[in-house]
Design a protein around this ligand. Sequence first.
Ligand code: PLP
Length: 402
Amino acid sequence: MSPTVSHRAANVRSSAIRDLLANARMPGMLSLAGGLPEPSTFPTTILAEAARVRLGGSPDVLQYAPTEGDARLRGHIAAYETVRQLHDVDPGNVLVTTGSQQALAMVANVIADAGDTIAVPHPCYLGALQTFGAAGLRLHPVRLQGGQLDLDQLENDLRRGVRIAAMYVVANHGNPDGSRLDEAANRRLAGLADWFGFWILEDDPYRELWFDTPPAPALPAYTSNAITLGSFSKTIAPGLRVGWLVASGDVRNALVRLKQAADLHTSSLSQALIADLLDTPGWFIQHVEMLRSLYASRRDALSASLVETFGARLRFEPPTGGMFAWAELEGVDTSALLGAALPKGVCFVPGAEFEAGGDSLRTWLRLSYATLDAEQLAEGVRRVADAVTELDAAPGSLIVAR
Ligand SMILES: Cc1ncc(COP(=O)(O)O)c(C=O)c1O
């Protein structure tokens, strides 16, 4: 007899993004798929110098370290969160994590039991869907429309007795749809969390990548029921795998125990290097300003190509920040489109991957403008258009009802 895999593990949704990224590495492939930051923005020179100094100094930087994280780094994060949250954040309530993905997984296991329900935006970040599935949580989708979370729907659902342990939100430039929560939405959501007694899980990795106006204060500014997550993946480099969460009291203590059980601590070297960068006065601010201007220009390039190529057939609002354009291609099943696009050397993520329930996103697709330059973006869109032409010409089955 062969031993088996647990039901929970077997039911974890597979990540089409990971499979796609394998294709994205094929020679000549133009990837509009993953949210991969532009690699030339990684601060390699300053990191190399910091690593040389660190590794030439005390070997402690390679030693086991406290689960909560590097004290210097937690101090920097607490100062940053104090500005976001409009109140003093104690470094003792900051827990450094191995990317914000680990923070998501840990929080999902601490604020809810298997079988509990978590409300999620629809469409929803695929990594969150996977994580909540792995934690055995049920999903309650809340519509995102025109860049707004439908808080009327959430409130009505709660009033008619739907019970949720938490609501997950991507506060700024959501993945996939680029939506943002403004101050009024934050206040209202916080009020609902206080009244109905649920947690808000605020995931905010794209916060610094705004193009027009800076984000509203973070949700913990309005309620103590919010747990907030952050990440250096999109602002410094994802391979360092450093993110964080801010939580207090019993939840914070449970999260520390869970992290200890999972991986003892996040890489001491990565944490020390990031703390070194943040110690340099003005460095982070200048760096994120450079990122904003780069990604805004790529957003413009992609938007112009999309409008020029597809005209009225494509429905989309140019995003106000982040890394993704979320668009609907009238009459096109985008999963089938991906099948036609891959041999033409372009990939993107079909809307169906972000379904939190139902089957309403078949004509949508997510296009990342983070990794390719303007010329490559235009060529990528041209290849997608070729694939649409091919599907249009194919009799029947691939085109969903218009
Ligand atoms: C909305 C969202 N949350 C969390 C993550 C995970 O980021 P990381 O673990 O690299 O911090 C991502 C990555 O793309 C994301 O888009």
